[in-house]
Design a protein around this ligand. Sequence first.
Ligand code: HEM
Length: 576
Amino acid sequence: MLTSRPGNFRLRIARDILQALVLPPIALSFYTQWTHIRLGYWSLPAYVLSIVLAAVARVQYSDFAQAREARRLGARPIPRVVGKWPGNIDVMLRFKKGFKKGYIYEPYLQLFEEYQCTTLNTRFLWTDNIISMDQEHSKYVLSTGFSHFWRGTAQKERLENFLGDGIFNRDEEQWRMHRAMARPFFARDRISDFELFEKHTHHTLAILSNIASSGRPCDVQDLYARFTIDASSEFLFGQNLNTLCGKLPVPGCEDMSAKGTATNDSWGSFVQAFEAVQQIVTLRGRTGNIWPLFELFEDKTAPYVKAINQWIDPLVQNTLSHKAAMQKAGVQSNLQDKTFLQHLADSTEDAGVIRDQLLNILLAARDTTACLLTYVTYFMAVYPDVTRKLRQEVLDNCGQEAPTYENIKRLRYMKAVIDETLRLYPPSPYQPTPKQTHVMYASVARPYIPLGVPPATTLWGPDADEFDPERWIDPEKLSKFTANPMMYAPFSAGPRICIGQNYAFNEAMFFLVRLLQRFDTFTLATDAQPKSSLPPSEWKCGTGRKAVEMIRPEAAMTLFISGGLWVRLGRSSSSM
Ligand code: HEM
């Protein structure tokens, strides 16, 4: 049931090329033979013309069919981007440059502003691609109209080698099965296992204290990723990956990885590969459905996936060996005593499936919560008043003790800081969701656009791009969100809503309590930041967050800070 792999991307592009470039000349050749027309010198131009005419006819027919369908459904067509060059190639090139040099989401924002709308069809190379930051649209795609949408073949083609059979890359039966299998492991008693959080938090803080006492800066983005992967691997797979024990990036001399920094050891190789492959699949998405043309002779993800597998396969093998040993010994354990990985192994012997699901969950659990903690730390560094207020709340409610579930529920200001951070920097900003059945949305990338642009201002008010945790406390400010909850959905919505949301909140809040009990100042260490990752000076002339940003936010499947977040931590005198 689990192993039906989507088609090979080379076969698909070969079929497309055949349809576009070979079939029209063949049809013309049959026609000329049948009608005994001799083309002579005109053969070549006629064949070329047949290709062009067939392409035009295909596009015209698709437009006609869409318009007819829109009339039938009483739908309003989505405005199309009209570039200067055929196939909107000029806009594509502008996007490429914008994503490389500009501020995050800028290419999308510019288009929305140019066309004065919140949903647009970019129609690169005559292929519909809908981008939207419209809340009603999101609600329909993710929730009320869920059954009309799916991940679809295009996404699977892009991600197959990386995420394969995992939950993010599957639809319908396979997705339902993954979700049903994972759900019991996120029940409240399991996700409130604070002993586990304490163990990994303690380890992380010991490292931070050691670095802080020497006055050195630390790339907390890298450290938080180690913390989240160690905690979640033990929580879900019963195995501590112990990445916190590895070598740490050294300020000023560390190589930049695709996202942050990476050490030159086994963990570093995994990180390099894990992040590089995310960049490649993001680029594939931005290139449109012709991306296989650039990978005809090599699947660019292949070497990285190989490196990831080398790191992850021992985990899978351990699980299968454990299962075999249990079976041999005739031991039957119930669900309550199993880890998620053991439960998964009970349903399949296929090491590939186990590996894929493992990787999907690690991606979900590592990068997202690490991103949240990284951006909260960024804001604590930029706004010392926020840090002071957070710390006071922590000391008032928890003193120097490890927080309990009940303590955490009372930390209203901390929850507001987290919500505000997720509003400005949603760790998982895109959820490509193409249509499955007849609806008037062809395919949807759903960028969250929380910045200072007109639509965001219309939703959140004139201070939309400002970091203001009071937005989540002050009743008048909060009423904006309560009247329209879809304007804030960092965990997505509908049947595919994040399954780890409460785990993430518990983990992040637990960690922040312990962090603030020990440290009271956070200072950005731009001297340690790799130079190429600093925000370009021209950003200062921009608007909204771009003008004030002291780091460079970027997105490749998940959000991150280019080059990492380097900070110096000041130890509180009242700490343990
Ligand atoms: C701040 C932290 C987190 C954020 C912002 C977040 C956000 C999201 C979003 C937006 C989705 C939908 C993605 C899509 O449809 O493509 C999602 C799905 C998911 N998340 Fe999270 N997530 C977080 C933490 C976690 C953690 C810690 C775990 C597990 C330990 C987790 C597990 C999952 C899983 C398994 C899915 C797939 C659900 C499905 O397709 O049915 N997430 N998350």
